[in-house]
Each structure stands twice: as C-alpha cells, then as structure tokens.
Design a protein around this ligand. Structure first.
Ligand SMILES: NC(=O)c1ccc[n+]([C@@H]2O[C@H](COP(=O)([O-])OP(=O)(O)OC[C@H]3O[C@@H](n4cnc5c(N)ncnc54)[C@H](O)[C@@H]3O)[C@@H](O)[C@H]2O)c1
Length: 261
C-alpha cells in the first residue's frame, strides 16, 4: 500500500491518556489535545479526578470527544475501572498513553540510602502503574486486533539519575518486554523520552539559574528546553497506523540530549 498522510489519522480510535490532569500546562494535556486533533476519542485519567475533568471539558469545548475518570494507576483495580470507563464511553480502547508518574513531587534520596518504603511507593506508580494500565487495556486491544501503548520515560534515565531515573530506565525494560510479548498481536509498545520540557512541573523543577540548567547547556546539542507540544508528533507516529511497524523503541525528543557530546 502506498504511503498516504492519512496513515497518521486516528479517526475512530479511542485513547486513554493517564496523568493529564493535575496541572494546567502538562505533557499529558498536550498529548490529549494532539490525539484528539488527529481524530481520537479521549479518556483523560488522573489521580486528580477534578483536574482530569477540567481537561476533558476543555477538549469538549474545543469540539472533541472526551471524558474523564479518576485513577490511581498503582492500584490494579483502579486501572481496570479506568479501562472499563473508556469501553463504556467509547466502545473499546486502541491507544494507551502511560504518561502519569511521580516526578515533581518526589523527594530527593540517593539510591544508596533511600528508605525502602519510599522506593516501593515510587516504583508502584512509575513502573508498576504502567503495567497495571497495560494489563487492564490488553483485553480491549485484543478485541480490536489493534493496540498502541506508549510509555513516558525520560532523558533522566540515560543514564539513570536518582530513584526517578531508575524507575524510568526500568520502564524501558517493561517497554521492550511487552513489545516482544505482544508483537504478533498487532499491539506495539514504545516509549518517548522527553528532554527538559516546560510543563508546569518541568519548569518548576528547573528554574533558570539552577545548576541543572548550566549542566544542560554543555550536554544538549540544540535548545535545552522544549515545550509539551513538541512531543506530540512522536506520539502521533507511535499511536497511528503510520508507526505500525515500530515496536520496542524509545524515541528521544530532547534536542539531542541523548547524544551527550
Ligand atoms: N517535564 C519534563 O521535563 C519531563 C521530562 C521527562 C519525562 N517527563 C515525564 O512526562 C510525564 C508527564 O510529566 P509532566 O511534566 O507533564 O508532569 P505532571 O506532574 O504535570 O504530570 C504527571 C501526572 O501524573 C499524575 N499522577 C501521579 N501519580 C499518579 C497515580 N498514582 N495515578 C494516576 N495519576 C498519577 C499527576 O497527578 C500528574 O497529573 C511524566 O511521566 C514525567 O515523568 C517529564
């Protein structure tokens, strides 16, 4: 079949975007708007149920099909209820964007001394949460013989920085493992590794004069800051028929941070 631009279109597809609620300007919100703009119906899901509904209202006001639900991705039953909500609202699930994570709210602990309860809590959200959501949607994806799972990893995982970076590097392992298990079922599993992205959370973590910014100046080959909307093109590729022969990949959208010059 010859390539046509409409292979990027998501008409008739249903997408769940987790972590698209708590803050006004978030990567999840940009993902939800991008997928909706490509034609998908969107379930916005977040621990902050009111925030998720605010984003769903914004989407509907822009003319898109959107609903919201509160979810705690660390709880398998809550993840299952989220999948059921998408099914009830839109009749299935085609795309899961595992975007929710603990990041801005994390306390810094060196791995060598991190309290194990805290370690378990962060892993339960950032790693097990993505697995809970994937397991919850898989029966619905199998029913449609189409599935696209996109996990949010981070430039901070290459190499892993702190407990947060370890969770994101582990999520790369979950990405490649699920990709291997599900490839024959036309379910792809990929990841996006954003660089220093100016969501409200990202901007708060890296104020202009921070030592991190100075370090970035030496490590990033392009601009050291990107905007949430600059990640959306990679997501549409991975979510749409256009990216249908790609699986187990990490797309680094980071101004070349990964090159570590
Ligand atoms: N901003 C950056 O620079 C950057 C860089 C690399 C990767 N990322 C990743 O991108 C994603 C989005 O980041 P963001 O900058 O928009 O931050 P954000 O804090 O706005 O988004 C994270 C969302 O996850 C939700 N969440 C947290 N725990 C949850 C749980 N248990 N169940 C359901 N939802 C939960 C939060 O409520 C929040 O809405 C995250 O996975 C983050 O790690 C961000």
């Amino acid at each position: 079949m010859a390539f046509a631009l409409d292979q990027f279109a998501l008409e008739g597809k249903v997408a769940i975007v987790t972590g698209a609620g708590a803050r006004g300007n978030s990567i999840g919100r940009a993902y939800a708007f991008g997928l909706a703009n490509a034609g998908a119906s969107i379930l916005v899901a977040d621990l902050d149920g009111d925030g998720a509904e605010r984003v769903a209202i914004e989407l509907r006001e822009a003319g898109y099909r959107a609903r919201s639900t509160r979810v705690d991705i660390s709880d398998p039953a809550s993840a299952k209820a989220m999948a059921a909500a998408a099914d009830a609202a839109f009749g299935g699930v085609d795309i899961l964007v595992n975007n929710a994570a603990m990041m801005a709210e994390l306390e810094y602990h060196p791995a060598s001394t991190v309290p194990i309860d805290y370690w378990n809590k962060v892993l339960a959200v950032n790693l097990t949460g993505a697995l809970n959501c994937a397991q919850a949607v898989l029966p619905l994806m199998r029913a449609r013989s189409y599935g696209r799972i996109v996990n949010a990893v981070s430039g901070g995982a290459f190499p892993a920085q702190s407990v947060y970076g370890i969770t994101k590097l582990a999520l790369v392992g979950l990405t490649t493992t699920l990709a291997t298990e599900l490839g024959r079922e036309n379910i792809t599993v990929n990841a996006i590794a954003p660089g220093n992205t100016m969501s409200e959370a990202g901007a708060g973590l890296t104020p202009p004069e921070s030592p991190f910014k100075k370090k970035m100046e030496q490590m990033v080959v392009m601009r050291i800051e990107g905007q949430p909307d600059e990640l959306v093109g990679a997501l549409i590729l991975l979510a749409s028929p256009a990216g249908g022969w790609m699986t187990g990949q990490v797309l680094h959208v980071d101004g070349g941070w990964i090159l570590r010059p």
